[in-house]
Design a binder for this molecule. Structure first.
Ligand code: AP5
Ligand code: ZN
Length: 213
């Protein structure tokens, strides 16, 4: 399967991705995770991306299209993929269509994590992540067994620099202005499934399975 996950910050894309990935044996490509790794490693790409990310603005289309183009060539992505956080502009969606056309394949489904903005601040400010694995926790909704520590490795958890109430405002603005049109783009193709992303993770998972069956 070739899937796209679209939704505002904190809507649960990164929480559902590992589950979907394991169930359907897909590769998981999250542009946000890839960009954060580049920023941490101070690669030329990371240096270019950092400023926009810290402000909660989108990184340029060319940069992210380049990363996705590269990543999709991996053998593990040939059978199918989950795109988490990409495409985020109509230009990115058009570029993706071109890339897939060249391979003679297309997107099967777009999962739209629909949720009210008012729920997101609590989710974002309570999030803790284990950077090397991408495992995500929440102080209230998904607490680790020991506070501040990853369940599997025992390594420390961190908070994302952009996970503040102030930066969330810009991220939401970018979502409504630049990313919502992408949902319309795919709706016209008849491949969007709308999820109730405000429900608990297990219930969202059931909706995902229904959408993909
Ligand atoms: P990115 O990393 O993609 O961030 P985002 O889209 O803002 O999404 P999040 O990762 O914040 O949310 P999520 O939906 O994954 O939530 P999660 O499941 O973790 O992008 C970051 C930045 O990179 C962008 O601002 C931009 O600068 C740049 N960028 C990335 N892609 C780009 C692109 N294509 N073009 C241009 N720039 C790009 O859940 C959040 C919290 O809630 C967790 O703590 C979780 O435990 C909890 N939770 C999850 N689900 C539930 C639930 N159902 N009930 C209760 N709690 C829940
Ligand atoms: Zn995420």
């Amino acid at each position: 399967k070739r899937l796209i996950l679209i939704g505002p910050p904190g809507s649960g894309k990164g929480t559902q991705s590992p589950i979907i990935k394991d169930e359907y044996c897909l590769c998981h490509l999250a542009t946000g995770d890839m960009l954060r790794a580049a920023v941490a490693a101070k690669t030329p790409l990371g240096v270019k991306a950092k400023e926009a990310m810290d402000k909660g603005e989108l990184v340029s289309d060319d940069l992210v299209v380049g990363i996705i183009d590269e990543a999709m060539k991996k053998p593990s992505c040939q059978k199918g993929f989950i795109l988490d956080g990409f495409p985020r502009t109509v230009v990115q969606a058009q570029k993706l269509d071109e890339m897939l056309q060249q391979q003679g394949v297309k997107v099967d489904k777009v999962l739209n994590f629909a949720i009210d903005d008012s729920i997101l601040e609590e989710r974002i400010t309570g999030r803790w992540i284990h950077p090397s694995s991408g495992r995500t926790y929440h102080t209230k909704f998904a607490p680790p067994k020991a506070p501040g520590v990853d369940d599997v490795t025992g390594e420390p958890l961190i908070q994302r620099k952009d996970d503040t109430a102030a930066v969330l405002k810009s991220r939401l603005e970018a979502f409504h202005k630049q990313t919502e049109p992408v949902i319309d783009y795919y709706s016209k193709k008849g491949i969007v499934a709308n999820l109730h992303a405000e429900k608990p993770p297990k219930e969202v998972k059931v909706e995902v399975e229904k959408a993909l069956s």
